[in-house]
Design a protein around this ligand. Sequence first.
Ligand SMILES: *Cc1c(COP(=O)(O)O)cnc(C)c1O
Length: 390
Amino acid sequence: MKQSNTRNSDYTYSPSTSCVHAGTLRDPISGGVNTPIFPSSAIDYRTKDIRYPRNFNTPNNDAVAKKLATLEGTEKALLLSSGMAAIAIGIMALVKPGEHIVFQKDLYGGTLALIEQELPKRNISYTFVDATKINELKEAIIEHTALIYIETPSNPLLNIIDIKSVTHIAKHCNIKTMIDNTFASPINQNPAQLGCDLIMHSATKYLGGHSDFCAGALAGSSDIIEQCRLLGTMYGCSLNASDLALLERSMKTLAIRVEKQNHNAMEIAHYLQDHPAISTVYFPGLITHPGHIIAKEQMHGFGGMMSFELKNEDKSAISRFLDSLNIIIPAGSLGGVESLITSPALTSHKLIGEHGRQSYGIKDNLLRLSVGIENTEDLINDLSFALKDI
Ligand SMILES: *Cc1c(COP(=O)(O)O)cnc(C)c1O
């Protein structure tokens, strides 16, 4: 393959090939196989487009954007300084003051904070719904609804929203749809193929994949991404050249990482489901999961995220369990090569209080596991050892 995806534009390569090759701008000076890092902030203005790092039009941004757009099957993509920047810019690009948004109620904590603290200031109204109930979502649509926003699989209970049903309703009502596709990654789910207008990723998670920098991404039609680019330029949310280069390198192994994470998670979910110290496992790959059939239909893999509850509801049981793990690290964030575990009640969902958690079905003894790429048996042995006396 010479310059990836340019030889025959009608032919789409499989995701693992696109991960490695799509978008790469080979170094014309040395003949090197990688995109060079272009850090200049002062660029000759006598060119066709005025280039400037904040304008999202450096070669490093173009290279990663092309890779992501290829993986998501969209016309364009944009890389931003964080997942939250991507969410804020995406919502602002699609919704005007005076309009209304229908939000799924179980969203990432940062998204909930943005909605409740920022949208009212911008005269944007909203309704939260249980988006697993399509009728509830339908009934929340009002005359000036401009956007439906979903996140599937959701955090931390891995609820599955039927993307096709949502986009079908939205299109019928002339409403745009935006999805947080972070948990699935473009390897496991491509919402544009199911009719979604704007896809968002916290690239801090699976796209970056090594828990060592923060970035965000948007993917969609040329029109929508251009609106996002203009807003992102004004608000100054671009990603710097070094992190773009890191992201490009990380994404070359995205498919192989996610395939291993899918495999590990499936094995671990089955192991935990049969373990006497565990009461419930939330993983869309299990046939007992309420969203399993929809997940099977709309995802290419079930992902590396799961949650589970310890039977022993004692607070000390959780600390003993976490203290006994040797490989799996108790830490926030997710999607990296290393397996991480968190207690949503003590981290992501601490601020909403016990009553808030109850309304989402998040118990104090719930643990969320982000499965890494370690050896499957080593991970199961780690869990087995830590669960021994629980
Ligand atoms: C982490 C995360 C975000 C926010 O992304 P940042 O890169 O931390 O700004 C949004 N949505 C989901 C599902 C996430 O996990």
